[in-house]
Structures are given as C-alpha cells and as structure tokens.
Design a protein around this ligand. Structure first.
Ligand code: NAP
Length: 236
C-alpha cells in the first residue's frame, strides 16, 4: 500500500511510519524538522521524506510532488498537530494551534478527498482527540480545532456515501499517548506509543469511521458526551 503520513518526525506519526515500513508498505513522511527527517531516512533508506510546514502556501503542491515520487496514494494519515496549555489565553498559541490543526488540515484533507474521488478509492485517517468532545479552559483552541477535525471527517464520510465513492475517512481519537504532545496535568491511562499505534493501524485496517485509542477511552467519551454543563464546568 502507498501511504503518506503528514507530521511524522516524532511521536505517533513516526511510530506509524516505522510499523508500516516493517510490514513492507511504501511510506512517505513529512514534518518541519529536517534533521529528524534526515535521521529517519538514514535509518530507513526506503522511506521517502519531505520537509514542509502544513501552514505554508505550497503545502498542497508538496503533497502532489510526494504522490508523484511514490507513484500513487492509497492511505493518507494526517498526524500533524500542535497544542500547548494556554491558561493565560496566549494569542500566538491559540492561533498557531488553529493554523496547523484546522487550516493546515483542511488544505490537505480537501486535496486528498478529491484525489481519491478521481482515483475511485482511498482512505484518509485523521488524528483528532478525545479533547474534541468538549471545550476546555486550558487548551481552548486545541479542543476546538480537534472538534473541527472530527466534524470534518464525519462530513467527508457522508459526502463519500452520497457520491457512492469508495472513500473511507477514519477519525482517530486518542486519549493520552506517551509523546511530547501529552502535557496536561493529571494524566491517566497513558498509552505507550507502540501500543497506541498498533490500535490505530487496526482501526484503519478495519475501515472504522471513529476509533478511540486506546479502546477503553470510548468509556470516557461516552461519559464526556453526556455530562451536563453544570457538572463539566468543574473539570473542563
Ligand atoms: N499524544 C497524545 O496524548 C495525543 C492525544 C490526542 C491526540 N493527539 C494527536 O496526535 C497527533 C500526533 O501527536 P503526537 O502525540 O505524536 O505529538 P508530536 O510528537 O508532537 O507529533 C506531532 C507531529 O506533527 C508535526 N507537526 C506539527 N506542526 C506541524 C506543522 N505546522 N507542519 C508540519 N508538521 C507539523 C511535528 O513535526 P515537526 O515539528 O517536525 O513539524 C510532529 O511530527 C496530533 O495531531 C495530536 O494532536 C495526541
């Protein structure tokens, strides 16, 4: 399978690349940190790498050139994401989160969906979060941006059904995974990256529409969706 992972210099994206490579797939990865891409390329000569910021104007052209270089695309995983605690509501943090998680995402997602439409099939997997389910006071832009990602994924799935297109969009919603991204206080059920990624691969292979990672986070999601505001405001 031909796979592109956007945002794979570290964390979940990097581990996904390593596991898919070990299974013999053709994998291309992106990110901004050129030195990390170079290290990966040294370790895995078969890996295709491209260094760009999803916020850049030419992000879609870069994606097109990767597709040309690996001669096709069957699965695109959007793992690029940014979110820092913003207790003091720091404008730069909020805007940067939104630019990467929403504006960067929507450029890549629309291009990929239309590419798959023309091709007649394909799968897009997007890294959202359990944080998408409710607003929160520590990372307002992060949770809002992930709500956008999940909602967008649902919209694209419905669009694919209406168009009778063989396109699947898999909305991956991790709880806590042990990467540099997981910074919140009071973390629990923190999954090791390799375990989270095994479950993400399984959800993608099963063509799931929504997947909680690890699976038991579905329980937290069930509760979060039902908590009335007057209760949620004590913890959110
Ligand atoms: N870890 C968790 O607990 C957790 C929980 C829920 C959801 N998630 C989601 O899972 C995804 C992966 O996160 P992670 O935990 O693996 O964190 P991570 O190690 O920080 O990985 C984030 C990746 O995104 C890339 N990236 C960030 N901004 C980018 C930009 N503007 N342009 C291009 N690439 C960019 C980074 O590469 P460069 O810095 O090299 O650009 C890096 O490879 C994110 O979308 C995150 O929101 C994580």
């Amino acid at each position: 399978m031909k796979i592109i992972i956007i945002g794979a210099t570290s964390g979940i994206g990097k581990e996904l690349a390593q596991q898919y490579l070990a299974l013999g797939h053709t994998v291309a990865v992106t990110g901004r940190r050129a030195e990390l891409l170079l290290e990966l390329k040294k370790q895995y000569p078969a890996l295709y790498t491209d260094c760009f910021d999803v916020q850049a104007d030419n992000a879609v052209e870069r994606l097109q050139s990767i597709i040309a270089n690996i001669s096709g695309l069957e699965l695109l995983i959007y793992s690029a994401g940014y979110g820092d605690p913003s207790t003091d509501l720091v404008a730069e943090t909020e805007i940067d989160s939104t630019a990467t998680n929403v504006m960067g995402f929507v450029k890549i997602a629309t291009f990929t969906f239309n590419y798959f439409l023309q091709q007649g099939y394909g799968q897009l997997a997007v890294l959202s979060s359990v944080a998408a389910l409710r607003g929160n006071s520590w990372t307002p832009a992060y949770s809002a941006s992930k709500a956008y990602v999940s909602n967008y994924a649902e919209g694209l799935n419905i669009k694919a059904r209406k168009l009778h297109a063989k396109i699947i969009v898999t909305d991956i919603r991790p709880g806590f995974v042990k990467t540099k991204m997981a910074k919140a206080n009071g973390q629990f059920w923190v999954a090791p990256v390799h375990k989270a990624v095994r479950q993400i691969r399984a959800a993608i292979a099963a063509k799931k529409r929504v997947a909680y990672i690890t699976k038991r986070w579905a329980l937290i999601a069930f509760i979060l969706k039902r908590l009335p505001y007057w209760v949620f405001k004590q913890i959110g």
